[in-house]
Structure formats: structure tokens, C-alpha cells
Design a protein around this ligand. Structure first.
Ligand SMILES: NC(=O)c1ccc[n+]([C@@H]2O[C@H](COP(=O)([O-])OP(=O)(O)OC[C@H]3O[C@@H](n4cnc5c(N)ncnc54)[C@H](OP(=O)(O)O)[C@@H]3O)[C@@H](O)[C@H]2O)c1
Length: 429
């Protein structure tokens, strides 16, 4: 039996979906007993050349030709952004169509509204491609791992920043040069802010944390810092300390209190995440029964992302076939709350520039002493003129005392600047 599919958008992801659906049609029919067929594709510009061959009449710029066609049972959304994607998806759901989307911006901000609507109308909404491109993350967390209490998520879930930081590590380049190279190669957009300021990773973390911790997490719950302040010096000091700098998305659940951050961190070279380089993505998950798991793969690209989208379409077909559509409900547990100050104690890296003269280090050390934060390692390098670059790695410390130390250091007249404060992530035991 043929199941008609409507596709919204035919750009990087949409064209990959067309190619993969064509390639796998026979296999999908063998596996599910249902043969998906793309009936209409909505785009902005009908006459724009596409990387895939499309039958005449397949492409339209009229949303109604997809959304109001009762024969279309599945809508795949690959337009991106909030509007009109949100309106189209809600309209499709209200008409009883199942939805597959790759849209992290939309799910991170309006996920609850969309999933509530799907529950009311008895249809499915799947969004595996919204986080981690080709890497299966949503379904393993939603299904296979639910027997666990998940305590920690650590992810490299933005390929652009990972490419930039990998370039800085491998070539010694500064941030601006590595960004320019990423833009030249198409790994970074002309306006890179959503990636380099950490927002893209924060949206993905909000989606992952909602599922892993069974909590209603939104973008506003995530503390976000990007990588613009990371310098070639930080990368070199990290190397001396046996670490690499990565933009990490971290979530922890300690007795129902969630702490959610996207920020640069020093990752020990003994940690498997340290070896996730270039445009690759990875998610490290700690469950009380499963122990440590790591998911790794391509976080973007036409066919890698289509792999997740078409996988979701096959899942929709399976549930249609089994007659169990719309029964995947979310499991939010009561009593979970978010508090950034509840992060587990961690070693921290601080880099500062201070006057290079006697007595300065004693003044710095006294600030640490007053707030009861102990130093583990100190590295000092002559900077320019009469100043020195000082790196201090603390013993494991709580966020509160650490913030007091940073405030105290900034108030010292001998300290010119506190440049970066980053947690140090140890290798798993
Ligand atoms: N690119 C990746 O590797 C990747 C990875 C994971 C997730 N995603 C997500 O996948 C989604 C699509 O990304 P993409 O890279 O494929 O984007 P894209 O290349 O810019 O393609 C967007 C498509 O949507 C169409 N479109 C845009 N606005 C429209 C409107 N108002 N009405 C009708 N059609 C419209 C465009 O039509 P025209 O072609 O006529 O302009 C284009 O075909 C986004 O949510 C993105 O976050 C992308």
C-alpha cells in the first residue's frame, strides 16, 4: 500500500531526504509493508535548480497543496526556523497528519506546544534529526535508556564550534582566523553568532535534557557562554595541562535538581570526547544501570541528516502498520527543578593577566584563601611589558565559592583581566 508524503523544504536536508527515500523505497516497503511516496514538495522558489531530480509538477509554492491534501498522511518539515514552520506543523497535526521534522529551533522553543497538539490529535511527531544529525540520540534516550536514572549528559553538539576549536588546537590559530577559515569552507555561516555564542548547542541541550531527565526544560533554563573569548593562549595552556578546549553542552541531575550549561571547557585527553574533532558530534551519557555510553557521528550534512529523517518516516510507517499511532507520550516526572548553582564540584581553569612584580601572587593567593578554594596547579608566562599570564587550576570547587574568587580577583588592582574561567572535565573512571 502506498502512503503519500508531503515534504516542506527542499534545501540541504530536504534534497537528501528525496534522494534517500528514492534509494530505499523498495527496502522500506519490504520492511513495513507500506511504500512511502513523496506527492508534493513545498519550496519558496519553484524554478530554482535542485541537487536531486524531481518529476514535473512535484514542486509547489502553495502550502495548501501539502497541508490541505487529505491523501497526504505524513508531512516532513525541513524548512527550518520558527515561522512559518510552526504554523505548518500545527496545521498538519490538526488535519491528522504525522510529522517528522529536523527543526531544533522549533522543537527547543515550541516542542511542548507541538507535542501536546500531536497527543490531542492522536498523531506522531518525530524529530531525531533535530539533534546530532545522523547520530541516533532522541530514540535511545526516549526508549532504550528509560530503565536508567540518567545523571549526566556531556555533548559536543555543534559542529561549527568544534571545527573552529579543532583548527585552533591543530594549527595554533587564533579564534578570528579559525572562524574565517570555517566560513571559507562552509562550516560556519556568514553570521556565525548562533553557533559561536553557544545558542545552537543550548537549543539542542534543552531538547536532550527534557528527554533524558524527564523534565520540561526550555532554552531559558540553559546557562550559555560561547567560544569568542577563547584565545590561542588558552589552547596552549590546555595542551600543557594535558587537555583540549571544547564547547561542551552539559546537563546533570542531582536528586531532581538539574544544572544545564553550554560553555567552553578543558577536556582531559584521556576522555573520549577529547577525540571528537572537526565537524563531528558526540554525546556522552551516564546512566546508573548502563554506566557510561558515548554516541558519535556526523552532526550535519545532507545525507547524514536525511538518514535520521527517513529513519523517523520508517518509524511512522511501522506504527501506522501496527495501528498504534499517537501513543508515544512524554514522561515528565514531578518535582524536577533547574538550578545552575547545583553543578557538581569540579576543578576549574582560570587565566588572568596580572602585574609581573613581587607581592602580586601573594595577593592573588589570599583571594583564593579567603574563599576557601585551593589551588592545584599554577602556570606563569611572561606576557607583554610588565605583565604576566597566569593560569591557575583549582581543586574541585563548588560554583558559589568559585564565583566569589573571580569577583575578588577582578577587584584586585594588580590584576589587569580575568580572561577565561572553564571547568576541567576529567576522564571517566
Ligand atoms: N543542514 C544540516 O546539515 C542540518 C542538520 C540537522 C538539522 N538541520 C535542520 O534542518 C532544517 C533545514 O535545514 P537546511 O540546511 O536543509 O535548510 P536550507 O538548505 O536553507 O533549506 C530550506 C528549504 O526550505 C524552503 N523554504 C524556506 N522558507 C520557506 C517558506 N517560507 N515556504 C516554503 N519553503 C521555504 C527553501 O526553499 P527554496 O529552496 O526555494 O529557497 C529550502 O528548500 C533546519 O531546521 C535545520 O536546523 C539541518
Amino acid at each position: 500500500m502506498i502512503v503519500e508524503v508531503g515534504l516542506l523544504g527542499c534545501g540541504t536536508v530536504g534534497s537528501g531526504v528525496v534522494e534517500l527515500m528514492n534509494r530505499r523505497q523498495g527496502k522500506i516497503a519490504d520492511m513495513t509493508g507500506l511504500r512511502p511516496a513523496i506527492k508534493k514538495i513545498l519550496v519558496r522558489q519553484v524554478d530554482k535548480p535542485r541537487p536531486v531530480e524531481l518529476a514535473p509538477g512535484l514542486v509547489t509554492n502553495q502550502p495548501a497543496e501539502v497541508l490541505e491534501d487529505p491523501s497526504i498522511r505524513i508531512v516532513i518539515e525541513t524548512i527550518g526556523g520558527i515561522e512559518p514552520a510552526r504554523t505548518y506543523i500545527l496545521q498538519a497535526i490538526a488535519s491528522g497528519k504525522h510529522v517528522v521534522t529536523a527543526n531544533k529551533d522549533l522543537i527547543a522553543v515550541h516542542g511542548a506546544e507541538i507535542l501536546d497538539a500531536a497527543e490531542r490529535h492522536g498523531v506522531d511527531v518525530f524529530y531525531e534529526a533535530a539533534v546530532g544529525g545522523a547520530i541516533p540520540l532522541i530514540r535511545p534516550l526516549t526508549e532504550q535508556m528509560t530503565a536508567n536514572e540518567i545523571s549526566d549528559l556531556l555533548g559536543i553538539i555543534n559542529g561549527t564550534t568544534n571545527y573552529i576549536l579543532t583548527q585552533m588546537t591543530e594549527t595554533g590559530a587564533d579564534f578570528a582566523d579559525a572562524l574565517a577559515e570555517a566560513q571559507r569552507l562552509g562550516y560556519a555561516e556568514a553570521d556565525p553568532s548562533s553557533d559561536v555564542d553557544g545558542l545552537d548547542a543550548a537549543r539542542k541541550l534543552a531538547i536532550l535534557a527534557s528527554i533524558a531527565f524527564h523534565a520540561r526544560v526550555t532554552l531559558d533554563d540553559v546557562q550559555v557562554a560561547g567560544i569568542r573569548s577563547i584565545s590561542a593562549q588558552d589552547v596552549r595552556f590546555a595542551e600543557e595541562l594535558g587537555c583540549v578546549v571544547k564547547l561542551l553542552a552539559t546537563g546533570s541531575d542531582r536528586a531532581g535538581v538539574l544544572s544545564l550549561h553550554v560553555r567552553p571547557a578543558l577536556v582531559s585527553k584521556q576522555h573520549p570526547l577529547a577525540h571528537v574533532s572537526g565537524p563531528f558530534n558526540a554525546l556522552f551519557v551516564r546512566g546508573d544501570a548502563a554506566g557510561d555510553l558515548m554516541f558519535f557521528g556526523r552532526g550535519a550534512g545532507s545525507l547524514p541528516t536525511a538518514s535520521s529523517v527517513v529513519g523517523d518516516v520508517i518509524e511512522v510507517l511501522r506504527v501506522i502498520r501496527l495501528g498504534v499511532s499517537g501513543r508515544v507520550s512524554r514522561m515528565y516526572l514531578p518535582g524536577k527543578r533547574v538550578s545552575p548553582l547545583h553543578a557538581a564540584p569540579a576543578r576549574h581553569y582560570l587565566r588572568l593577566t596580572a602585574a609581573d612584580k613581587p607581592g602580586v601572587f601573594a595577593a592573588i593567593a589570599s583571594i583564593f584563601g579567603v574563599h576557601n578554594v585551593s589551588m592545584e596547579t599554577v602556570l606563569q608566562k611572561r606576557a607583554k611589558g610588565n605583565t604576566a599570564d597566569i593560569v591557575i587550576v583549582t581543586h574541585a570547587t563548588e560554583p558559589g565559592p568559585l564565583a566569589n574568587v573571580v569577583e575578588g580577583l577582578r577587584a584586585l588592582p594588580q590584576v589587569e583581566a580575568v580572561h577565561n574561567v572553564m571547568p576541567v572535565v576529567e576522564a571517566p573512571e
